[in-house]
Design a protein around this ligand. Structure first.
Ligand SMILES: [Zn+2]
Length: 376
């Protein structure tokens, strides 16, 4: 889709009317040279919107479903409105977990989605996921196109290339330009128990815009990271790492996080999902890391492991006056566990605006705090 198609004013007005929002629309449909990304808060799920200088859009994941589908769809629509886009050219579903495909049906009923991309059938026996994939999904993509990707495939936007590095538990078997050196972290790798579920099936992509490089691997887990990254690092170094699996320690091994030397990492965690000490120690010690940004404060980090509030986009509805120093221990989900604090009020995103020379800016929409990073 070209810019004037994706960014025409009429559908924007339609969306405003549909959502019942009264807002003054600023016309930003003049050509822009930045490649923008929105890391949208979907409470420990995934939803990342990419907006190319051409106006083309790619969304990775649609947040949570069920009772939270309207909420998360609304948050995605808010980001689209901010970006002045009205259509999704490519919707990549990383894997078949409810926090990643949850609001797809709702979103696709509100905005045109032109191509649906995924890794193929689920490997889990979840009745809900199977029902969705067998019945609902074909109804949705039947109005457009579906594409099942394998490692090495590319999704091409004007000036921007998405390279599939992982899908359906397979990984790319050759280095991309800039990659291919021996990975020194492989020698110290300790496997975890094998993940035969959907997380390991995640579609993972490298995104390249000039010299600016983003890595987004969905919920890809520990042992598959090793498969991807060892013995040679096929990726090279990364400017912006979207932290895998919400910042959980069943992903984010040093063979990945340390080898890619991310300059900036953004974690799509929840209040009690991701940010555990083991993962935070690996992230904080990544060579060359300038900043870690978190979509939520995590009780699993406590003050001991978290970043300063400037770098945190969301708190909870009833904000606590003090933050425990020690991370919360023990079970955080399941029967008998006190529910996590709620966050259904205003949600904030991180907006990343990048240039082809590799420079970029991250802005926290909660407090307006913005930080610029120069090219390498
Ligand atoms: Zn997830």
């Amino acid at each position: 889709m070209q810019k004037n198609k994706s960014r025409s004013a009429t559908p924007i007005i339609a969306i405003l009317v549909l959502t019942g929002l009264l807002a003054i629309h600023s016309d930003k449909s003049i050509a822009q040279d930045s490649f923008d990304l929105y890391l949208i808060d979907v409470e420990g799920g995934g939803a990342t919107l990419f907006v190319a200088p051409s106006g083309e859009t790619l969304l990775i994941d649609t947040g949570n479903g069920g009772a939270n589908a309207q909420r998360d769809m609304g948050r995605i629509l808010d980001a689209m409105q901010d970006a002045d886009v009205t259509e999704i050219d490519y919707l990549v579903t990383t894997h078949w977990h409810g926090d990643h495909y949850g609001a797809m049906e709702e979103l696709a009923s509100r905005v045109p989605v032109h191509q649906f991309i995924d890794h193929g059938p689920t490997v889990e026996s979840s009745a809900a996921a199977n029902e969705f994939i067998d019945t609902t999904y074909p109804e949705i993509y039947g109005r457009a196109e579906r594409r099942i990707v394998v490692p090495g495939d590319k999704i091409e936007l004007a000036d921007i290339e998405f390279t599939v590095l992982a899908a359906a538990k397979r990984v790319i078997d050759r280095a991309v330009p800039g990659g291919g050196v021996a990975n020194p972290y492989c020698a110290d790798f300790t496997p975890q128990s094998e993940d035969n579920g959907e997380n390991a099936q995640s579609v993972g992509v490298l995104v390249q815009f000039g010299d600016f490089r983003i890595l987004h691997l969905g919920d890809l887990t520990w042992n598959t990271e090793f498969q991807l990254m060892c013995p040679r690092n096929p990726i090279g170094t990364i400017d912006l790492f979207v932290v895998s699996h919400h910042g959980q320690p069943s992903s984010n091994s040093a063979v990945l996080v340390h080898a890619i030397e991310p300059r900036v990492a953004i974690m799509n965690n929840g209040t009690r999902k991701g940010g555990q000490p083991a993962a935070m120690q690996i992230l904080h010690s990544a060579p060359g890391l300038e900043d870690l940004w978190q979509l939520h404060f995590s009780q699993l980090s406590g003050q001991q492991y978290t970043v300063p509030g400037l770098f945190i986009a969301n708190t909870v509805d009833e904000v606590q006056s003090t933050m425990p120093i020690e991370p919360r221990q023990g079970a955080t989900r399941g029967p008998g566990v006190e529910p996590a604090p709620r966050h259904n009020g205003e949600a904030h995103w991180f907006k990343v605006s990048s240039q082809a020379d590799g420079s970029f800016t991250v802005t926290n929409s909660r407090n307006g705090f913005s930080k610029a990073y120069t090219g390498r």
